[in-house]
Design a binder for this molecule. Structure first.
Ligand SMILES: *[C@@H]1O[C@H](CO)[C@@H](O)[C@H](O)[C@H]1NC(C)=O
Ligand SMILES: *[C@@H]1O[C@H](CO)[C@@H](O)[C@H](O)[C@H]1NC(C)=O
Ligand SMILES: *[C@@H]1O[C@H](CO)[C@@H](O)[C@H](O)[C@H]1NC(C)=O
Length: 418
């Protein structure tokens, strides 16, 4: 069969008078750039540009050529209602270039129907970048009960690359990553007020192989949260604060079976955060959090710099986050963990290594290892973990319950051998 582009060229050449047009069209195809303005997007920040974006997406997704580019042009602000960019697409690599700005509508919507503002589903090889700003207009939502939408959700997006974007004021968490492998995020700024509810920076669940680096995250909840079904997650040079720190968990809510392993947090700074590096699990759950390391971490007046809480209880205050698990319909193997609901005796915490944690603690209790009496925490290793109080004249200390492991040059004499 003749390739469509070849057929086009032939038809074109038969009409010699339109030669200029032919050349222009051929050129366009070579660049493979699809701008949303070609499909009627206005970009005045008020008009609803959703349909134009979806039409442009359809066109991009149907092109077979590699490196097809979806362009949000610079200098304009596009208002989008809740919408989903859905694959699979023909190309194995699609660039989604946000050079202009995106804003959420100036009103709220039924979250049951649209739990996410902008979602990306089942798109492999997606590259989201461009230097633009994404504004979730969260302040419209924050005062209004618990149910609020996430701003962006990437589900089933293997090989995602996301970089060089500014993302403000999500109604709930800014970015969710789920049911995907091999994702790289860097150079992101995620910003919301320190008192905005559940505005996590990045939530990860059922993901394998995630690398996040060089990001500035200032929000009202966890800067990054690693939830069940996740492994091989690296975070490097993250500046967190204000916010609730980098958290593994919470795991095991509502008796769930949840597992997280192979997590590395490296060269991160926590400034005026409620927590620094945290592992939190529910007593009723089951599963494990293990092989986790925190290395070269700087605390600046963090309230709970180092904390393991195996008796986490959020008193229902975070139920707005539950549906970050909802859409794991893509891969059976990755999503398997969440469907097993075991009558849990707790989530096991083991093989956690803290190396060179320094800086200041806003509270006197700089280290809290609050482990379950039956399960305990095993093989907790502290190597050069030392902090000072942010309040002059105060001394900091560590508190351990059922925490076993070892320490070197660290403020952790409450750890018991094991
Ligand atoms: C995480 O870091 C480890 C050790 O540096 C490395 O072997 C691994 O490939 C990294 N994983 C990802 C997903 O970047
Ligand atoms: C982490 O910080 C240490 C100490 O400041 C430095 O030697 C190392 O190069 C840094 N590594 C990365 C990956 O940023
Ligand atoms: C744990 O599970 C039991 C039985 O399902 C339930 O009654 C109890 O409220 C749960 N406790 C917590 C802390 O969630």
């Amino acid at each position: 069969m003749m390739k469509p582009s070849l057929l086009f060229a032939l038809l074109c050449l038969l009409q010699i008078s339109k030669l200029g047009f032919c050349l222009k069209e051929a050129n366009k195809d070579k660049n493979r750039v699809v701008s949303v303005t070609d499909f009627g997007a206005i970009g005045d920040g008020k008009n609803d540009d959703s349909q134009a974006f979806l039409k442009a997406w359809e066109s991009v997704c149907e092109r077979g050529s590699r490196n097809t580019k979806f362009l949000v042009p610079p200098g304009k602000t596009f208002m989008l209602k809740p919408l989903a960019f859905v694959g699979p697409c023909k190309s194995s690599s699609i660039s989604f270039s946000i050079r202009g700005n995106l804003v959420a509508p100036g009103y709220t919507w039924p979250v049951g129907r649209y739990p996410t503002w902008i979602s990306f589903d089942s798109i492999n090889g997606l590259v989201v970048s461009g230097g633009g700003t994404i504004d979730g207009r969260g302040s419209l939502w924050w005062g209004k009960g618990h149910t609020r939408p996430s701003a962006m959700h990437f589900n089933g997006c293997n090989g995602l690359r996301m970089y060089n974007l500014r993302h403000l004021n999500s109604p709930r968490n800014h970015i969710s990553l789920s049911c995907s492998k091999n994702m790289h995020l860097w150079g992101l700024r995620l910003i919301a007020p320190g008192d905005s509810p559940n505005t996590d920076g990045i939530d990860i669940s059922n993901a394998i192989g995630v690398d996040i680096r060089d990001c500035i995250i200032s929000t009202g909840d966890d800067c990054i949260a690693i939830n069940g079904g996740s492994s091989f997650i690296n975070m490097t040079r993250i500046f967190c604060g204000p916010g609730h720190g980098i958290s593994v968990g919470s795991l095991g809510e509502n008796g769930e079976f949840a597992t997280v392993e192979e997590v590395r947090v490296k060269n991160c700074t926590f400034t005026n955060t409620q927590n620094g590096v945290r592992i939190k699990t529910f007593q009723n759950g089951s599963g494990y959090a293990r092989k986790i390391s925190f290395e070269d971490i700087n605390m600046v007046a963090s309230e709970n710099p180092v904390i393991i809480d195996q008796k986490y209880n959020n008193h229902g205050s975070k139920n707005g986050r539950l549906n970050s698990y909802q859409s794991c319909h893509l891969t059976s193997s990755l999503g398997e963990a969440r469907s097993k609901s075991v009558n849990g005796k707790g989530v096991k915490v083991s093989d956690v290594r803290y190396t060179r944690i320094h800086g200041s603690s806003a509270s006197d209790q700089a280290i809290t290892l609050n482990c379950d009496a039956d399960l305990g925490c095993a093989n907790i290793v502290m190597d050069h973990v030392n902090m000072v109080s942010a309040t002059s004249g105060h001394k900091v200390f560590a508190s351990c319950n059922n925490a076993h492991g070892s320490y070197v040059s660290s403020l952790a004499s409450c750890l018991t051998k094991g």
